[in-house]
Design a binder for this molecule. Structure first.
Ligand SMILES: [Zn+2]
Ligand SMILES: [Zn+2]
Length: 367
């Protein structure tokens, strides 16, 4: 096959550290005065075959030849291009194994399983305005709850249209527009064909505790492998660390409402957790199922994060057991005899399964 490199573009916007690929393409499109579809084509992505963002695994994974084509077109190195994709979190906070460009179903499967919004995002309005419209890749993570810099809750719902900012039509990811210019500082959600133009910098959000901001910082440091991951004083892999966080989140959700007074979270956070679990009561006694789904809102994420990081911060095995005990006790009141299998979904480190066995009476793992 003959490789046809895209033409070198004259106007290039430098990517900002941590910026998402979609954000960079939008800013490139604005600089080049063309809609995103044309921009993506000029960068060398195969939009002629399919411009469906799922099929392109847009912003999720990038093929090496695509990165090289973008480098040829823009001078931005392949490594930096790859670094704007969610695959930088693969093997730590995300498992993107099996996700392939051109295989829409593989993208859909991972979307349902992983704690991430492939095509949506939360946002810190203050960061967004300070950067002139740069959207950070980590805002897409299910564990994205607060801005560690501004110590505020991230925004997910738009106060004007009441749906998630940047959401496409009816829950589908927005297509790459052939006609509309991107507006990085606006909500951009699509409702009945109308784009919501709420200015994001005008959306107000709540202040969070310094402790929660530090916990978010730690999550990001482990996700990007800048910090080693510890559970009960033992070094574990980043993916095992996040598995512990997820399993703890499951335990918390299963224990609603009994668990709520035990949580070191705001009343708002408790309410959000109760509302989320309430909507899924039908599934409580069955398999873990939807209790393993990504937190719906930043507020729910904040509540789960605060407690899960308390558990992860235990410095010894006995301390870990002591921190899990009240959560397990609350959960037990809800699930009664039909105990859900906590350990089927995630690869937990043995120090954590041992602690779970201790608090759940040696039956945490289904034989
Ligand atoms: Zn911020
Ligand atoms: Zn809106």
């Amino acid at each position: 096959m003959v490789t046809v490199w895209p033409r070198r573009l004259a106007l290039v916007v430098a990517p900002v550290h941590g910026e998402s690929f979609a954000s960079w393409v939008d800013r490139m499109a604005l600089r080049n005065a063309c809609p995103p579809w044309a921009m993506v084509e000029a960068l060398g992505l195969d939009v002629a075959t399919s411009s469906d963002v799922r099929s392109l695994a847009y912003g999720v994974v990038a093929m090496p030849e695509t990165c090289r084509a973008i480098e040829a077109a823009t001078g931005v190195s392949s490594e930096v291009v790859r670094g704007m994709h969610l695959e930088v979190f693969d093997g730590s906070v995300l498992d993107l194994a099996g996700v392939r460009v051109g295989d829409k179903e593989s993208v859909r499967r991972a979307e349902g399983r992983e704690w991430v919004q492939f095509f949506g995002s939360r946002v810190c309005p203050t960061c967004l305005v300070a950067s002139g419209g740069v959207w950070l890749a980590w805002w897409k993570l299910g564990w994205a709850a607060v801005c560690p810099t501004h110590r505020t809750l991230l925004v997910d719902l738009c106060p004007r249209c009441r749906v998630s900012v940047r959401r496409g039509p009816a829950g589908q990811p927005a297509r790459l527009s052939r006609s509309r210019m991107p507006a990085p500082l606006r909500c951009g959600a699509l409702l009945s064909g109308v784009v919501c133009d709420q200015p994001i910098p005008q959306i107000s959000t709540g202040v969070v505790s310094d402790k929660l901001a530090d916990q978010q910082q730690l999550v990001l440091a482990v996700a990007t492998r800048r910090r080693s991951a510890l559970i009960a004083g033992q070094v574990v892999s980043a993916s095992q660390w996040f598995a512990v966080l997820k399993a703890t989140a499951l335990l918390i959700r299963l224990g609603v409402p009994e668990v709520l007074p035990l949580l070191d979270t705001t009343l708002d956070g408790q309410g959000a957790l109760a509302a989320e679990a309430g909507g899924q009561r039908w599934n409580r006694a069955g398999s873990v199922g939807r209790f393993g789904m990504a937190p719906r809102t930043a507020l729910v994420a904040a509540g789960l994060l605060a407690v899960a990081l308390e558990v992860a911060a235990a410095e010894s095995e006995s301390e870990l057991v002591a921190r899990l005990m009240p959560l397990a006790a609350a959960g037990r009141m809800q699930w009664k005899q039909r105990r859900p299998d906590l350990l089927t979904l995630v690869a937990l480190p043995s120090v954590f399964t041992a602690a779970l066995d201790a608090v759940l009476g040696g039956q945490a793992r289904r034989q």
